[in-house]
Design a binder for this molecule. Structure first.
Ligand code: ADP
Ligand code: MG
Length: 694
């Protein structure tokens, strides 16, 4: 249950005075559904009204707050002309200018002969010092209502800056005093204010330095958010470890047999990772490990061998991929190997006939099927394992923490191995996978040759096509990726279809294939199979091939509209080549003119194949939220913490969370109680459920 003291913060903005049915949805859209979201909606700028010149000293175009006496109202001669109110001080006249005036209001606000404070932009127009539509008009007695430094908020359509700041101001009046959850020594040492002071201060900047993400108030709030994230992950991890652990002790004989059929030796990195994994599996606690390895580093075989350890003991395994193409690819790789060892493997995707699906489910439930490979269909209700010991989740960035939990719920005692091809910078690993131990494949399989990457303008398309003609004569195989026109399968598909038609005209129609998200799975399978077998030489594709696709014979990659892709995506796409023995190349085709960031991205691609360097650079160019495409990544979205400027805080929060839980695992001490409030404040209440006395 949410602590009562937080109730007011979790009301809807509609409950605030002055926010009615019309404004409420707009505010919710801009900030979020609760009053607390308005607190997190920090100013992005400020207006400084502290300049108090005399009329004659007013600076053209600047914001000034000026004390004047109202001289007289000058109604407009025609509707087109503005209404004017002439004012003055001892140094000269200031004309207030109003278009489409509410005359009644102006008469009330600016009675002739009275003194007023007005604040707004001043301008010189036809020898007149003017202020058009002053932001503030207040009597001297109400000068307090005129903020000399005004916070400016991000607004969305339908909202004015003023309504937004009023809404925030009202929300601020709900800020409760909360028991301190941070270590008091830390607060002192860093000079951080209390939570409520930090919120108020962040919304009432006194100067530009207060807008900086490094101001004490903002750092404190960011740290609160990061600590809540790390504490929630640590609680989840502690809970999962405690529950449902089991010891899988295998001799490794099955893995050895399978590896002998695979036909190559593991790299040192693969050995080390497999060793980490089997150690975890042997331990009585539940394994929760992330296997991180750049594209092409050979994660699949590590997963397979880990699964062998589970299967050897007579238990079951599950292997889950983010797309059907990938699930099929894993199945195609694993099934023949498993067959040699007498193991039964099945593929479960979203498209089985009812009877077929029932057979598979029965086989899984009875234990007749030892290894189930599939897509997210594995999460679905109705899939019950007889004894699931290890679940492997491939290309994890497409799944979120919650899906991970659902999978964990599938087995009484299931070890979890998560694999990601995206080389996530360390700071992000902590936020997304803070609940996991990490093994890295930091070495590629031997014999890989560097990929030559060229960046070229689209005008040179003809030249590239000439070159491809020769390449396919020599039996090279080509991925041709079409631009991501919009976040729309339909539009992408059309672009790809056009290029497909074009290339079919140039080369023989029978050697050019097409694959995109709008095709049926069966069509996609057929095309992939033809490309794999070499019947097709050029595969025109949308980003459906982005992750995981492994066709070692493909060694030329053309990416059209490369300027539209993010760095991580370009790296993933390029990772489809350079897997075989032949020299590989990648052409990044762009449409001029290039924006500065696009140029930086393409240059980076040309300079390096190192996924970690690329990921770090990507973080710089794009910011964390966008890095993995937050929506699909399951990465937490931070409102206050900026993973770039606050990156040192993340590691600190992780250590802090561990220390807290080592001393007070159930959060029962007074500080523990305050930390529970923190979890609720940042809506991480699901973590509280993992506490015994939650
Ligand atoms: P990813 O880590 O991107 O999922 P894959 O598992 O698809 O990489 O492996 C990429 C390619 O490298 C595959 O063709 C695979 O057969 C090959 N491979 C993996 N490990 C080795 C190894 N130790 N030696 C040689 N080739 C390997
Ligand atoms: Mg893979």
């Amino acid at each position: 249950m949410r602590p009562e003291i937080l109730f007011p913060l979790f009301d809807a903005p509609l409950s605030l005075p002055g926010i009615g049915r019309r404004l409420a949805p707009l505010i919710e859209h801009a900030a979020g559904p609760h009053i607390v979201d308005l607190l997190w909606h920090l100013p992005i700028n400020l207006i400084d009204r502290s300049a108090r010149p005399k009329v004659s000293e007013a600076v053209e175009g600047a914001i000034a707050t000026i004390q004047v006496t109202v001289d007289r109202h000058i109604p407009a001669a025609t509707k087109r002309l503005p209404y004017k109110v002439r004012c003055f001080d001892e140094t000269g006249f200031l004309t207030l200018v109003f278009f489409h005036p509410h005359v009644d209001y102006l008469k009330r606000a600016l009675p002739e002969g009275e003194v007023r404070l007005v604040s707004g932009h001043t301008a010189l127009y036809q020898d007149e010092i003017q202020m058009t539509h002053p932001d503030y008009i207040v009597p001297l007695g109400e000068a307090d209502n005129l903020p000399l430094i005004e916070a400016v908020y991000r607004v969305t359509a339908g909202l004015t800056p003023k309504t937004m700041s009023q809404a925030v101001a009202r929300a601020l009046s709900h800020v409760p005093d909360l028991e301190e959850w941070q270590d008091t020594a830390l607060l002192q040492q860093r000079g951080w204010p209390s939570w409520s002071q930090a919120v108020l201060k962040a919304h009432k900047p006194e100067g530009r330095e207060d807008l900086s993400s490094l101001s004490p108030a903002r750092i404190r709030l960011a740290y609160d958010e990061l600590l809540s994230n790390q504490l929630a992950l640590a609680l989840m991890r502690a809970y999962l470890r405690k529950t449902g652990g089991r010891s899988i002790k295998a001799s490794g004989a099955l893995a050895k047999t399978i590896l002998s059929h695979v036909g190559y030796q593991l790299t040192g990195a693969q050995e080390r990772a497999l060793n980490d994994i089997t150690k975890d599996m042997e331990a009585p606690t539940r394994m929760m490990r992330l296997l991180q390895g750049d594209v092409g580093s050979g994660k699949t075989v590590v997963a397979l061998l880990a699964l062998c350890h589970a299967l050897e003991t007579g238990a079951q395994g599950a292997f889950m991929a983010p797309t059907e193409i990938l699930a099929r690819q894993h199945f195609a790789f694993i099934e023949p190997l498993a067959e040699k060892a007498g193991l039964k493997v099945a593929l479960l995707t979203g498209r089985h006939k009812a009877a077929e699906r029932r057979d598979i489910l029965e086989g899984v439930a009875s234990g007749a099927i030892q290894l189930l490979i599939g897509t997210h269909a594995l999460f679905q209700e109705g899939v019950t394992f007889q004894d699931l010991a290890l679940a492997v989740v491939d290309e994890q960035h497409r799944f979120g923490v919650h899906q991970r939990l659902r999978l964990q719920g599938k087995g009484g005692a299931t070890d979890i191995l998560v694999m990601t091809a995206t080389p996530i910078p360390r700071t992000l690993t902590l936020t997304a996978y803070g609940d996991l131990d990490v093994s890295r494949l930091d070495e590629k399989p031997p014999g890989r040759r560097p990929i030559t990457t060229r960046v070229m303008p689209l005008e040179r398309l003809g030249q590239i096509i000439d070159h491809l003609g020769q390449a396919i004569q020599e039996d090279h195989r080509v991925f041709w990726v079409c631009p991501l026109v919009e976040e729309s399968d339909v539009v992408d598909a059309t672009a790809a279809e056009d290029r497909y038609a074009h290339l079919q005209e140039i080369f023989s129609a029978s050697v050019v294939g097409l694959i995109h998200g709008r095709m049926s799975s069966a069509e996609k399978d057929a095309v992939m199979a033809d490309f794999q077998s070499g019947k097709l030489k050029i595969l025109v594709a949308t980003t459906v091939i982005e992750v995981g696709v492994d066709v070692p014979e493909a060694n030329i990659m053309v990416i059209e509209g490369a300027e539209r892709f993010g760095l991580a995506q370009l790296h993933q796409l390029r990772g489809r080549v350079g897997r075989g023995a032949r020299e590989s190349s990648c052409v990044l085709l762009y449409k001029a003119p290039l924006s500065e960031t696009a140029r930086a991205r393409l240059t980076m691609m040309r300079e390096t194949e190192d996924g970690f360097r690329i990921a770090e650079e990507d973080l710089k160019l794009r910011g964390a939220g966008e890095l993995l495409g937050t929506k699909q990544s399951g990465l937490p979205v931070f409102r206050l913490a900026d993973l770039q400027t606050h990156s040192d805080l993340m590691a600190m929060a992780r250590d802090d969370a561990m220390l807290i839980l080592s001393k007070d695992p159930e959060l029962l001490s007074p500080r523990g109680q305050a930390l529970r409030t923190l979890l609720y404040l940042f809506e991480r209440e699901e973590a509280v459920r993992y506490l015994r006395a939650g």
